[in-house]
Ligand binder design. Structure first.
Ligand SMILES: Nc1nc2c(ncn2[C@@H]2O[C@H](COP(=O)(O)OP(=O)(O)O)[C@@H](O)[C@H]2O)c(=O)[nH]1
Ligand code: SF4
Ligand SMILES: [Mg+2]
Length: 413
């Protein structure tokens, strides 16, 4: 159950003032003690994440936040964390008690609505105090469903479940596909996975595993090879594969060894489409041409997947880019949920494949970049671009290819 990658779960954020019973509610709903409950205000310092199966929706993760109204130095840090949670929330619960629904709750609703995230109002502690009917009616008129709960008695848990399922965005019920639409049932994709000193011992990394699983889910097949065996394997096949997918590190060799009529791309470009917006990232990669020595570049990595050796985000991409630009660039690296709100110092943002992140978090970053006029791209696209094999790497995606060819014509290249 906890095996579903976190990035593929619907993220349900729990917001509200301190002591309304957010943590108790999560405990009662999941019937496990995952969150710290206390009658001292502001006990939960870090957001606590609790994965569970919410049938028929499937895997979800609840995020229990500290009260966003916390004050003081520590409080400020908590508020910043809560904002990060807002950015990765697919469905928001705003918890309140009795008639205490005011500017603060409306502010949260506003933040969620601005992100186009469905909101549910939860009135907890109904064993003590009931919300006024007029308040519930007012919310309902604005399309905000509400539910009455008492975490201490378990009252309202079934209703909460119902309302969550009804409020969940439609796409939560669709299984996103990594490449199932590119490889028809019964057909074959060849996946090129270099096994070098950077590969983790005894296993494959998450994007590779998810890609294999996606092919199986779509009744297609995967042939997994290292880059050295690729050419011989392709020659041994009776018909060419529908698609070749490579780790970006082996891009040039795989491009050379794959017949030109076979579409080819990288894992990280597949993830650019799955987790972000491919067209935006194509334009972002083209902004590499506008970089000048001394410019600042932000590199965002969702996790640390390369335990040893030359890391793709810290060493290889900087090296390729500096070679391309012909001088030094100033790189800033951020990890996990950290992402600066002020992007104005940067001339380019480069994101990893984000396989451990949900799409909404990446799309919020895309929106932030767009609002501030900073181009954003991802690892696979920037690598393909700086290696000069953009056409090839975009060949499976006609829409993205068109964006690239249009812009290139527009610039007169
Ligand atoms: N009477 C009553 N007390 C509750 C209820 N839910 C939580 N509490 C109490 O309210 C206090 C704060 O709960 P907590 O879950 O830590 O609130 P949070 O700060 O919103 O996470 C604790 O003492 C809980 O036992 C409820 O439904 N009814
Ligand atoms: S760095 Fe990004 S793409 Fe790589 S494994 Fe971590 S989350 Fe996935
Ligand atoms: Mg709490």
């Amino acid at each position: 159950m906890t095996g579903t990658p976190r990035g593929m779960r619907l993220h349900i954020g729990i917001f509200g003032r301190r002591n309304v019973g957010k943590s108790s509610l999560l405990n009662a709903f999941t019937r496990q003690r995952v969150s710290l409950v206390s009658d001292q205000a502001g006990t939960t310092t870090d957001p606590v994440e609790k994965p569970m199966e919410l049938l028929p929706l499937g895997p979800v993760v609840f995020i229990d936040t500290a009260g966003i109204d916390d004050v003081g130095a520590l409080g400020e840090m908590r508020v910043a964390r809560t904002r990060q949670v807002l950015d990765r929330t697919d469905l928001g619960l705003v918890v309140a008690v009795g008639d205490a629904w005011g500017d603060f709750e409306e502010g949260l609703v506003g933040e969620l609505v601005a992100r186009k995230v469905p909101v549910v109002a939860v009135f907890n502690q109904v064993d003590r105090v009931d919300p006024p009917a007029a308040l519930l009616e007012g919310l309902a008129r604005r399309g905000i469903p509400s539910v009455r709960t008492a975490a201490v008695t378990g009252e309202g848990m079934a209703d909460l479940r119902e309302v969550l399922l009804r409020a969940a965005p439609p796409e939560a019920f669709e299984t996103p596909t990594i490449l199932g639409d590119l490889v028809p049932p019964g057909d074959l994709a060849v996946l090129v996975v270099p096994i070098d000193k950077e590969a983790p011992k005894g296993r494959l990394i998450l994007p590779q595993v998810q890609t294999i699983r996606d092919l199986l889910d779509h009744d297609a097949a995967a042939l997994v090879v290292k880059e050295r065996e690729l050419q011989a394997m392709l020659q041994g096949l009776r018909r060419p594969p529908r698609l070749v997918v490579t780790d970006s590190q082996a891009f040039l060799k795989v491009a050379a060894d794959t017949p030109p009529e076979v579409p080819m791309t990288s894992f990280s470009i597949l993830f650019a489409r799955l987790k972000g917006d491919l067209a935006t990232f194509v334009e972002g990669a083209m902004a590499v041409d506008d970089l000048r020595p001394g410019d600042r570049v932000l590199v965002a990595e969702a996790c640390a997947h390369h335990p040893i050796g030359e890391d793709i985000g810290r060493v290889k991409i900087p090296r390729w880019l500096e070679r391309y630009v012909g001088g030094n660039l100033a790189f800033t690296h951020v990890q996990g949920h950290d992402f600066p709100e002020d992007l104005s110092p940067y001339r380019l943002v480069i994101h990893c494949g984000a396989c451990t992140q949900n799409r909404r978090e990446v799309l919020n970053r895309v929106l932030g970049c767009r609002r501030q006029g900073v181009p954003m791209t991802n690892y696979g696209l920037v690598i393909a671009f700086s290696l000069g094999i953009f056409d090839r790497a975009l060949s499976p995606f006609p829409g993205a290819l068109e964006v690239w060819q249009d812009r290139r014509r527009g610039r007169g290249d």
